[in-house]
Design a protein around this ligand. Sequence first.
Ligand SMILES: Nc1ncnc2c1ncn2[C@@H]1O[C@H](COP(=O)(O)OP(=O)(O)OP(=O)(O)O)[C@@H](O)[C@H]1O
Ligand SMILES: [Mg+2]
Length: 450
Amino acid sequence: MIKSLRNQLVVALGLLVSVIGVAQGISSYQLSKTGMSALLDMRLEQVAARLRDGLAYALPKNPARGTQDDRDVVAVVWKPNDPLPFRTTDPSLHFPRDAKPGFSGVVVNDEDWRLFTRQEPTMTIQVAQRSSVRRDLTTEAATLTLWPIAVLLPLVWIAVVFVVRRSLRQLNQLGAEVRAIDMGHLQPLPTVGVPTEIAPFIHSINTMIERLATSIEKERKFIADAAHELRTPLTALQLQADNLAPHIAPGNQERFQELRKGIARSGKLIVQLLRLARADAPMNGAPLSRVDLAEVVTGAVADVLPIAIARGMDIGAEEMVSAHVRAVETDIGMAVKNLVSNAVRYTPDGGTIDLRMRRDGGMVWVDVIDDGPGIDEALLPRVFDRFFRANPDVEGSGLGLSIVKAIAARYGGDVTLKNRGDGRSGIVASIGFPVEEVKESAAEAASASA
Ligand SMILES: Nc1ncnc2c1ncn2[C@@H]1O[C@H](COP(=O)(O)OP(=O)(O)OP(=O)(O)O)[C@@H](O)[C@H]1O
Ligand SMILES: [Mg+2]
């Protein structure tokens, strides 16, 4: 059973063409044989007619023996009342003089002959040819007619493979397009220029994509709404706790502080949930600007500097590159800040954190390198999962990297997290965005007007 549609079509069309080709070959072979036979018969008749018209007298009376070729036509002329032939081109052959007029088959000297007998009032003319010679001639001619088919058949197979491949390329293309669908940005597949047979298929996929997008959007909106709704009572709770603080008996202070920490943790979780819902939301015409990535990097370092200094850490940005990204500035800021704050959070006191920028083709990357404990290789693939936390001892909601990933995807960028490959422990977290290329003259004009 052939599973591939392409192979099925190639085999079916190829076999069909082959059967037609073979049938055509057989019929032209047979037709050519019959035609050749008729031609040879005509030749015998013509020779007989010419003998009647006087050629008989031109034949030598006693042809020398052994001068006749096997392939030659043999002619015998009889005169009435004469027991021996009047003329013969081969005296060793004795054809029956009384053979029926017209064509007949006779055996002479153990050989089959095709004989044409013509009765005239003044003479009997017989013209004959060996059946084996005739067979050879007809087969030779018929075989020649098979050549074009023998040459064309393989060519037709090649053409069938080519045409079927070409026709099905559209399906392969569609498969690649479906595989490339970005779950973060569900877009309908293009329908322009699509063959009518494939169009309904694409419409079904597009309907499915639409439904999927609606359901994902509903889920996102529900999370955003829930987080938003939770924020108000939680803020009230926090206020109540703040008001209560002076009235808590010293013996209950420790438990009360735990309660406040719990409220604060829930607050942070809600804030992260809201950020994630926003990063996942469609752009919907949000105002984009030309974001200077180097500025974002120095800003992120400045933000965590007080904590880093307090913990005796060495944090710095080096190897800066001038590159701009077209985006909502707060998005890019949040993405870089999340990576930097992870580095600070998971690196022990006194550690070192380096930020570097680099260009790679059309992308600009920010690497955040720390010398903390790193992450178990087995857990690395899961760090971008929502709520996944590789190190439960340190406080966190497990949403920071999901937010970073959503922001990177939103602008056609990417984010990766790897253990350092230079023999030291620690993480290299990298985020890359497509660079906004501006023509030099435009950039100069912009800087001149600034
Ligand atoms: N630089 C790093 N070094 C070691 N582990 C890290 C580093 N960055 C991330 N991780 C691990 O990846 C997990 C997921 O990180 P993520 O930023 O998504 O969540 P979080 O930091 O726990 O919480 P949040 O960022 O939402 O406050 C973290 O819990 C931590 O275990
Ligand atoms: Mg984090």
